[in-house]
Design a protein around this ligand. Structure first.
Ligand code: C2E
Ligand code: MG
Ligand code: MG
Length: 741
């Protein structure tokens, strides 16, 4: 056996170098300028295995060749390196190249030299982490194998330590990313990606957990696949209980039952138990997991469990922040985000805002529970009919928002959807809606603008009793700006006492005597003329709420004027004042009226309040109550512009009213072909119900004669007198009294 211990340099019978075998072998790079050393090394190391893995030798005949090779191939456990090659210290130079330039810190280096005199300085050993230094003479086969084995063992340890360190680094990096996650989908994607990074191979993985919302206990919800990768991708969203794969279900169930990780041959189930909630990571990969990989997964699972609790908590908070607790639809804030998203996508969508009409009445009449029930029923119907294609939200008390394709979000469909009544406990409640719609225009800058535009359209729709829907058009925005400007100026002028009240006479048709006057608001310009006619600025004053203060002021002015006129001969018997809906909504309207009547000493029937027909029919419950309270003060009530609204006879009979004012459009017809048919019907109706009739806009003697013939009680119009300031009215009254007296 002495042969085996021969100096390997002497062996010269092996000629061809065998090709480097593939597979898990220890790769060894032999760098030497002596061809015989290569042959001898091959020979000495053939059939040698270290830790049950063969050796694979790669050869370089010079330092230059080795450098070239290391540029693209650095996967070596050991390098056997000759010291003297192209130069005296070519091998020593090589060491710094390997360690510093190539960054190969794990690879072990065994230096070999022909002459003992070429031993490197001690500093080289210390600086460059050299495993061994031998003269070629010393390296018998056995010693070579021993040296190589020791080097490989050392390489293996260094490698394992390094892998673990890198694995832990990856866990830390992955876990840090998880802590920042706020949404389950994003969190799940991070977890699945991190597992592949940790194991450095593609896996098929499921992340299963509960999804809770605001008020449920998460554990009451079924366990669901919240993240899925690889061949499991299609399982995303399914509940674990309904998964087809029996193995998966069983592995997950047992993992949860014993609250333990399961490492089986080809499947792994990691238990995620965070104290408040539980979940499982289930994964499969083609190759077996080694011990250190299992440990990495266990550490990682602990971090995932901790973060999972956070994500679930955050999702719950998110749900509460962005959903309406009653209907569980999205809320206004979320709706605006959805709108922003739609704008960003430049999607071909329509935004609709849907307002339930008369909801306040129903809420007051049937109680809040029924009101809430109705809102839920509406939400459910919307969800059932449109949930598949639309974003739905409750954006106000009785206002819903929709974003979706025009094919579904259009007036025709939406009105049809609201045709059947809504069943709420024993009530079948009919609901009518007003709709504001806005198509995505090219210039749409943001979601909030879109909402504003849809709202502008809704306001239009609410004011147009005939159609109850409107699409936003750019002109509306301009008009909105204009309207705000007018409101602003009106508020300022009212504050500076620039408004005035004018009066128009009302004549008793039978006698031709002055019976009353109507107070009409005017907004005079400083240089004369009027800034805007009442038909324009009064609706704006109503819209802005300004009408309440203005209305009170008009009442004072009117009573002052009436009290003043009382001293004059031929004074009117009553004064009529117009009252807006906004004033009716003030709970103290009747008290206010009682107060002025008392202060100005007005007797029963001396003050008449005019409300428009559309108001009278709008919210009957509020109106009837308010009218009864007003009647108790002794004031009269007249319905203005009668015939232009949609009141039913039955309805009219329920209202405690004293007079109806026939709209001037019907009086204007008296002269032409239709011959005043409506004026006739309304007068007859008044007579039947015992209600006085007043004709508005009487401009000709012919109209007056016709109305007198019908039995209409009173007439008001340019024929007798235009609205005028109090001073002019006094003169008008004096003239009229003299003429009729
Ligand atoms: P209204 O209460 O129906 O008032 C009658 C309107 O008809 C007045 O218009 C009046 O000037 C006009 N008018 C009177 N006689 C004739 C006529 O022979 N021919 C024609 N073509 N028109 C005639 P005005 O003053 O422009 O007021 C418009 C509307 O504004 C009023 O209609 C009323 O609804 C509202 N309004 C006016 N003043 C007040 C007020 O003080 N408070 C409230 N809430 N609304 C008011
Ligand atoms: Mg009026
Ligand atoms: Mg009128």
């Amino acid at each position: 056996m002495e042969d085996n211990d021969e100096i390997i340099a002497l062996i010269d019978d092996a000629d061809e170098r065998p090709a480097c075998p593939k597979g898990p072998s220890w790769r060894i790079l032999v760098v030497d300028d002596d061809p015989e050393v290569h042959i001898a090394t091959n020979y000495a190391l053939q059939h040698v295995e270290v830790f049950a893995r063969p050796l694979a030798l790669v050869h370089a005949d010079s330092a230059a060749e080795a450098r070239a090779l290391l540029k693209h191939d650095r996967d070596f456990a050991v390098i056997l390196l000759d010291v003297v090659m192209e130069t005296e210290d070519a091998g020593l130079q090589m060491i710094s190249f390997i360690r510093e330039h190539c960054g190969m810190s794990q690879t072990r280096i065994i230096l070999r030299t022909g002459q003992p005199g070429h031993a490197p300085e001690l500093t080289v050993f210390n600086t460059y982490d050299i495993n061994d230094y031998r003269t070629k003479n010393e390296l018998t086969r056995v010693r070579l194998i021993t040296a190589i084995s020791a080097a490989i063992r050392s390489f293996h340890q260094i490698h394992a330590i390094d892998e673990t360190r890198r694995g832990l680094e990856r866990i830390i990096r992955a876990s840090t990313a998880l802590i920042d996650d706020r949404e389950m989908a994003q969190f799940a994607a991070h977890v699945l990606g991190s597992i592949d990074t940790l194991l450095q191979r593609k896996t098929s993985t499921l992340l299963c957990a509960h999804t809770g919302t605001d008020d449920d206990d998460a554990r009451d919800q079924p366990l669901r696949v919240l993240g899925a990768s690889g061949r499991f991708s299609a399982l995303l969203g399914q509940t674990v209980a309904t998964l087809d794969d029996h193995d998966i279900r069983r592995a997950i169930a047992s993992c949860l039952e014993f609250e333990q990780h399961r490492f089986d041959l080809n499947q792994t189930a990691l238990c995620l138990n965070s104290g408040t909630d539980e979940g499982v990571i289930y994964l499969c990969c083609d190759t077996l997991l080694n011990e250190s990989e299992r440990q990495l997964l266990e550490v990682f699972a602990t971090n995932v469990a901790a973060s999972l609790g956070n994500v679930q908590l955050f999702e719950q908070l998110n749900f509460i922040a962005y959903h309406d607790a009653l209907t569980r639809l999205r809320n206004r804030n979320r709706f605006i985000l959805d709108l922003n998203e739609a704008v960003a996508r430049n999607a071909d969508t329509v935004v609709a805002i849907l307002d339930l009409q008369h909801f306040a009445d129903l809420n007051d009449g049937l109680g809040h529970e029924i009101g809430n029930g109705l809102l839920v029923a509406v939400a459910e119907r919307l969800e059932a009919e449109l949930g598949d294609c639309c974003r739905l939200a409750r954006i106000g008390a009785d206002v819903f928002g929709l974003i979706g394709p025009e094919a579904r979000v259009n007036p025709h469909h939406l009105f049809a959807l609201f045709e059947p009544p809504f069943q709420v406990s024993e009530h079948a409640l009919p609901v009518s809606i007003a709709l504001g719609l806005c198509r995505m225009l090219e210039d749409t800058p943001s979601g909030i603008t879109l909402l504003k535009r849809a709202n502008i359209a809704l306001n239009r729709a609410k004011h147009d009793l005939a159609v109850s829907h409107a699409y936003f058009m750019p002109e509306m925005e301009d008009s909105t700006r204009w309207r705000l400007e007018i409101i602003h100026r009106l508020r300022a002028d009212f504050a500076e006492n620039r408004l005035s009240v004018w009066f128009q006479p009302q004549i008793e048709l039978a006698s031709g005597r002055l019976s009353g006057i109507e107070a009409l608001l005017r907004w005079p310009q400083v240089e004369g003329g009027f800034i805007q006619p009442p038909a324009v600025f009064i609706p704006l004053a109503e819209y802005s709420g300004l009408i309440v203060d203005i209305g009170n002021w008009i009442l004072e002015q009117s009573c002052t004027a009436f009290a003043e006129l009382r001293r004059q001969r031929g004074a009117p018997q009553r004064i009529a004042v117009n009252v807006s809906m906004a004033q009716f909504r003030q709970s103290n309207l009747a008290a206010t009226i009682a107060d002025v009547m008392q202060r100005y000493d007005l007797g029963p029937g001396e003050l008449e309040l005019e409300i428009t027909e559309s108001i009278a029919m709008d919210e009957p419950k509020i109106i009837v109550g308010a009218l009864l309270a007003i009647k108790n003060t002794g004031a009269r009530v007249a319905i203005d512009d009668f015939g232009t609204g949609f009141s039913s006879l039955a309805h009219l009979r329920q209202l405690p009213i004293d007079a109806i004012k026939i709209d001037k459009s019907f009086i204007a017809e008296i002269a032409n072909g239709r011959g005043g048919m409506f004026a006739e019907t309304i007068t007859a109706l008044g007579a039947k119900l015992g209600i006085a009739t007043v004709a508005e806009g009487v401009e000709t003697a012919e109209q007056a004669g016709f109305l007198r013939g019908l039995g209409c009680n009173t007439a008001q119009g340019f024929l007798y007198g235009r609205p005028m300031p109090l001073d002019e009215l006094k003169i008008w009254i004096a003239g009229r009294y003299d003429a009729t007296a």
